[in-house]
Unconditional design. Sequence first.
Length: 432
Amino acid sequence: MKENVNHIFNLVNKELERQRNSIELIASENFTSLQVMQAMGTVLTNKYAEGYPGKRYYGGCEVVDEIETIAIQNLKKIFNINWANVQPHSGSQANAAVFLSCIKPGDKILGLDLTMGGHLTHGSPANFSGKNHQALFYGLNRDTGLVDYQMLEQTALQQKPKMIICGGSAYSRDWDYKLIREIADKIGAVVLADIAHTAGLIASGLLNDPFEHCHIVTSTTHKTLRGPRGGVIMLRHDFENPWGIKDNKGQLRTMSQLLDLALFPGVQGGPLEHVIAAKAIAFEEVLQNDFKVYSNQIISNAQTMSGAFTERGYNLISGGTDNHLMLVDLRNKNLTGKKAQEALEKANITLNKNTIPFDDKSPFITSGIRLGVPAITTRGLKEMEILKVVDLVDRVLTNADNETEIKLVRKEVLSFMQEFPLYPELYFRQFS
């Protein structure tokens, strides 16, 4: 047993070194604070706490009740909202609970097409959202790379979906939540805003506020919020649901009650109280002034990066970015996304291949790559360093078959990342 346990710790430390020595450009990743990680590795992992604060099915929950309440209060302060559920294990679980609370199996939903930058839980046929519901999609305008709101409206008016979903995983522009709500009101649809990628930027007031117009908002707690991996469900104001939705006993409920019941016992059992403690700490960090400084730096870094790639002849979908990420069409570079990802990984630069709008290649190959700056911004990189990152990426992509050049870039990356130490005091102890 000792050898096996030590092997796991060796692998954990190997991953720590990989993160330290790499330029992390995956848009959905970030680095938490040490205190967030410390909270996740506590005795709270031992506590089972089905239910909600003050209404548990197990004894001994007085401490975790207080922790979860603090997490809820912090989240409400961040977004100026009146209700939140911090128990979802992930953003997908949060979305599943919204579906369960608002619509029935077989109902129509309308979301951004996955190949255009949407998310699996917005109707993909491979996902519960597409398997249990009639999934309809809107896309991007071929010329502008922006959401085709005319297509969204036409589809909504013709098909009358029960739910319209906005938000995506590879869309670099802001959203017109007001217009989407106006369209939804014409057909009596629920509007779900999934802000998993942009929550931190919304919290800092740098992007449009979905809470003004959307019935329900979900998010993950990592990515731009820089917390532990997990999800949340939020309402600015609780409301008597106008769709006449009833619970499984046939009783009318408020939206918050429906959402609570949909998450537990609907799609989850006991909450992960150690992760909720980490969420509480991350939310406290978001409330500090330096988080707004960080968010502004994300925007500046992303725009610097998009401009630098454009100057080097790369085609960016929509021509740039409003948020933390960008989508690059590599077809004019005679590269696939798969080839680019693999070549860059050899140089210790990590990102992901990604389909682009109207892609003619499969999701396993793709014509594009997605890049994001939250993680490298957390490490302290600013505009001048971003230009160096673009140069390193460009050198790999223009020499994707040149192993000698890739090795030279890797050596530079290793040296470069030493200037921005990551968790210098951290080492995971082995079994003694």
